[in-house]
Every structure is written in structure tokens, then in C-alpha cells.
Design a protein around this ligand. Structure first.
Ligand SMILES: Nc1nc2c(c(=O)[nH]1)N=C([C@H](O)[C@H](O)COP(=O)(O)OP(=O)(O)OP(=O)(O)O)CN2
Ligand SMILES: [Zn+2]
Length: 118
């Protein structure tokens, strides 16, 4: 069974490795929409894979560390593309919740990245 939990956060960033003329070289902000997917057996006792509350307990502090922050100043997010943020989130969350199997991060309504550990 696959379950998911969604989070949002607002953050500022710029992309330091693009050309001077690229629009993303300038600091700007996004409301990021994050969807985390978890795969596992449905417990016979509880009827769920993982309690959504347990997911929130682990993930909320990580999302809070991004919300209303300047991403480029965070260790590991010096070049905060959607792809890099997905991998950063994976490395933080996977050790806490091994059932994590997929991360979808939308940076704009039309752009984002999907990561499954590779
Ligand atoms: N592969 C990636 N490309 C780009 C990333 C990224 O993270 N990965 N990020 C950006 C910028 O951060 C930019 O804010 C988003 O780019 P874009 O989708 O072009 O944004 P728009 O608001 O202009 O989207 P439209 O819907 O096309 O108007 C750039 N590239
Ligand atoms: Zn951007």
C-alpha cells in the first residue's frame, strides 16, 4: 500500500550557478508543495501503513527548518534547485521513516522534481 502526506513551505532562493542573465540568478521566493509517499503493509491491528501523525512528528521540524528561510544559507542547499532540495529532504527523512519511497516537490504550479532515492 502506498500512502502520502503533503506539506507546504515558503522560502527564498537563487541559483548561483546559472548565468548572470538567467532570471533565477536573482533572489526570489516560492511556495513549495511537498508530497511524501510511504510504502508498506497495512497493519491488521491499526488498518494503516504509518500513522499520519507519526509522519508529521518527524517531518514538521524538517519543513520548519526550511519555512520562511533563505535556502542558500542552509548547509547542503547552497545550490537549491528542486532536484537538490528533494535529495536533501530524502537524506533527512529516510533515516527517520524507512518506508519513505518517493518525494515530489513542486516549486511552481508547473515545475518540480520527483525523487525515489535515485
Ligand atoms: N531543472 C530545474 N530547472 C530550474 C529550476 C530547478 O529547480 N530545476 N529552478 C528554476 C527557478 O527556481 C525558477 O523559479 C522556476 O523556473 P520556471 O519553471 O521557469 O518558473 P516560472 O514561474 O517561469 O514557470 P512558468 O510556469 O513556465 O511561467 C529554474 N529552472
Ligand atoms: Zn526559483
Amino acid at each position: 500500500m502506498l500512502i502520502y502526506k503533503q506539506f507546504t513551505f515558503d522560502a527564498a532562493h537563487f541559483l548561483p550557478n546559472v548565468s548572470e542573465t538567467h532570471k533565477c540568478r536573482k533572489i526570489h521566493g516560492h511556495t513549495y508543495h511537498l508530497t511524501l509517499f510511504f510504502e508498506g503493509e497495512v497493519s491488521a491491528e491499526y488498518g494503516w501503513v504509518i500513522d499520519f501523525a507519526d509522519i508529521k512528528k518527524h517531518v514538521n521540524p524538517i519543513v520548519k527548518s526550511l519555512d520562511h528561510h533563505f535556502l542558500n544559507e542552509i548547509e547542503g542547499l547552497e545550490n537549491p534547485t528542486s532536484e537538490v532540495i528533494c535529495m536533501w529532504l530524502w537524506n533527512k527523512i529516510k533515516p527517520l521513516i524507512p518506508e519513505l519511497c518517493r518525494i515530489e516537490l513542486k516549486e511552481t504550479p508547473t515545475s518540480g522534481a520527483v525523487y525515489s532515492g535515485k
